[in-house]
Design a protein around this ligand. Structure first.
Ligand code: ZN
Length: 656
């Protein structure tokens, strides 16, 4: 038996972020995000049992982006309802995810289909709890209003420039930019209504806000704890920025003007660095900063706000959304799409469990230390899934939340944050200028296996890696090697070759029956080492390192065969032992590759005529013969010459 195994949960929930219900998936959603969740989910199913893993996600239906797309489509003659539109996108999401073998237990939709009642219920529960414990407050703010169209404008219906110091975003919406900075509408620079193309006015409205600033000490404690255990370093750095005290940046050339009104401001600390163009005012409380901003504006001083935790808006007046329970005379409000999409995975879990009548057991998955929650997301969303979600989860405990979370309360997540996937060196986003390919376009040139191998080999946890598929790259020269097919060669060339050799050898020398021999000690030791490394790297979420280990191991099988086959000439006993060793290594590789290239590996299992439990990690180091029907006459399928266990894409055949 294996020893010194890494700690592993009894149960696990995985989520892969939610694609918007107003657009098709591009390759980055599927291969840059869902793939990693799928890899982890498939590994865990083999490792802890498939009944102990739930992988859920769904289409994010509500909010102003969907409404905005719907408006444009109607202008172009679309006649369906907004639900129809979202459902059509949802169906296409499902198709694309299936094509890439993303093994979701349940992929729902927040606004259409059978998850709706569960999602409404979950949303109301969150609201009621946060309200009861005093974390919600009513705040009146200004909202953009289009006087031409006589309507309030939400989110994406307003475009301007993000007011955050140093922000690189091209798109500032009503109260957040596309890099996740949040601000007050009045701070947005040069707003324009997308409905009329004119500058909108600001009108006062009242909404529910989650009192995030109150959670600052707890969030800091949470981040310190996460930093020591598992969060990728760039994530810690970025989230720490959000947890800073409220700051104001002012250019140094306005120092004189500032000195004139300095006495009017609430208490602050001043920070000045020689090399920087601005000086910084640091406040203790957000209200103090807001007051200071007003004073600065009145004096005509230009400034920018630094990142900090601000009250998180929960509600809005978009009709297309989940109803907010009526309280204190505030009615006809719906949830803002971010908060409800944070708890949507819980709704999806309930929906999935309800199919077997077990919806009441959802807490075993989300509120129990024995269950791990893995959330795989892109770096743009870490503010929401990081500080916002965790503050909200913690506050549902009561008036004195603690990080030592009791059973029955929402547990903290393991956040696996991936860097942007760059397409040909540019940020891949459907709204950007360089259009990333859709999943179907890629399948014209690559197999699913090649793409999965390539993306799992990228180091997305450290750097933004660029996806450079040769057929899509205008700068690629004919003689260049396609970087995307390289990783897949491990299966189509190396592993395929050694498997063929094995089959042909027992077909030619042993009449198609595999000789049963003891596996050498060295080979077993080496396998054990590889298994342990693989497992540790999986739990550390270092997926590209897993692929590196696999590469080493599989190349090693080939080398072992080549180095020993010469000694076996005219010695069938030696040959039988070599077959036993090599087959054992191939079987280990097969189990380790199961989450990487699922359907081809399952086909290989059929060709080897092995039982399903060969993929069970509790028995991973057992000999092949324990998984065959008759050990004394173990006869795998007969294969023809040039049979491929792993094949290239047909478009690549002439290049072989
Ligand atoms: Zn920004």
């Amino acid at each position: 038996m294996l020893e010194n195994r890494p700690h592993c949960p009894k149960r696990a929930v995985l989520t892969g972020g939610m694609p918007y219900g107003n657009k098709d998936l591009h390759y980055g959603h599927v291969l840059g995000m869902f793939l990693y969740a799928d890899f982890m989910a498939r590994f865990l199913r083999d490792r802890i049992g498939k009944d102990n893993v739930i992988f859920v996600s769904g289409t994010d239906c509500y909010g102003s982006p969907a409404l905005e797309t719907y408006r444009k489509k109607c202008e172009e003659g679309y006649t369906g309802t907004i639900s129809d539109m979202v459902e059509e996108f949802h169906e296409r999401h499902v198709n694309d995810l299936n094509k890439f073998e993303i093994s979701l237990n349940y992929f729902g939709a927040s606004g259409v289909g059978d998850a709706v009642p569960f999602h409404n219920e979950t949303s109301a529960e969150f609201f009621e709890k946060l309200y009861k414990y005093g974390y919600l407050k009513k705040m009146s703010t200004l909202q953009f209003y289009d006087e031409d169209k006589k309507t309030f404008l939400n989110g994406r219906q307003v475009l301007g420039k993000c007011p955050y110091e140093g922000c690189q975003s091209e798109k500032g919406y009503a109260d957040e930019c596309d890099l996740g900075h949040q601000y007050m509408p009045q701070e947005l620079i040069d707003p324009i209504s997308t409905l009329s193309g004119k500058k909108p006015v600001l009108k006062e409205i009242t909404n529910w806000y989650f009192d995030m600033p109150r959670c600052l000490p707890l969030l800091t404690e949470w981040l310190d704890k996460m930093e020591k255990t598992e969060l990728r370093p760039f994530v810690v750095k970025e989230i720490r920025e959000f947890l800073k005290k409220p700051e104001i940046y002012i250019k140094k050339d306005q120092m004189d003007k500032f000195e004139d009104i300095r006495y009017l401001l609430p208490t602050f600390e001043m920070r000045e660095e020689k090399s920087k163009a601005s000086f910084v005012l640091v406040f203790d409380k957000l209200e103090d900063r807001e007051y200071a901003c007003e004073m600065l504006s009145n004096a005509g001083i230009r400034y920018r706000n630094g990142k900090t935790i601000t009250p998180f808006r929960l509600s809005g007046n978009i009709e297309w959304g989940v109803k907010v329970p009526e309280k204190e005379g505030l009615k006809d409000l719906t949830f803002y799409c971010w908060p409800e999409s944070l708890w949507a995975p819980i709704s999806f879990t309930k929906t999935y469990l309800s199919k077997t009548g077990k919806q009441d057991t959802w807490k075993d998955w989300w509120c129990d230390k024995d269950s791990y929650i893995y959330q795989i997301l892109g770096e743009d969303n870490m503010y929401f899934y990081g500080p916002v979600q965790h503050a909200m989860w913690l506050c549902t405990q009561g008036t004195h939340p603690s990080l030592d979370i009791p059973k029955g309360e929402l547990q903290m997540s393991h956040l696996i944050v991936n860097k942007h996937s760059l397409f040909l060196g540019n940020k891949a986003s459907s709204s950007g200028s360089v259009k990333p390919p859709k999943p179907d376009d890629l399948l014209k040139f690559y197999t699913v296996e090649q793409l999965r191998m390539h993306f799992l080999g990228l180091s997305v946890g450290n750097t933004s890696s660029s996806f450079m598929p040769k057929p899509f790259d205008p700068d690629a020269k004919p003689e260049d090697v396609d970087p995307v097919t390289k990783d897949g060669n491990l299966l189509t060339n190396v592993y395929n070759r050694v498997l063929r050799t094995l089959f042909y050898t027992w077909q030619a020398k042993f009449d198609g029956v595999v000789p049963v021999r003891e596996v050498s000690e060295d080979i077993q030791k080496q396998a054990t080492m590889t298994i342990l490394k693989y497992e540790k790297l999986m739990f550390d979420n270092k997926f590209h390192m897993v692929m590196y280990e696999l590469d080493n191991y599989i190349r090693g099988i080939n080398k072992y065969w080549v180095a020993n086959i010469k000694d076996c000439e005219n010695d069938d006993e030696k040959l039988a032992c070599l077959i036993a060793d090599t087959l054992y290594m191939c079987k280990i590789a097969m189990v380790l590759l199961h989450p990487v290239s699922p359907s081809n590996i399952e086909k290989l299992k059929e060709d080897l005529v092995l039982s399903d439990d060969v993929f069970d990690w509790n028995r991973i180091d057992e000999p092949v013969y324990n998984f065959v029907q008759d050990k004394n006459c173990y006869r795998p399928k007969f294969i023809e010459p040039r049979y491929d266990f792993f094949a290239k894409h047909e478009s690549q055949f002439e290049n072989v």
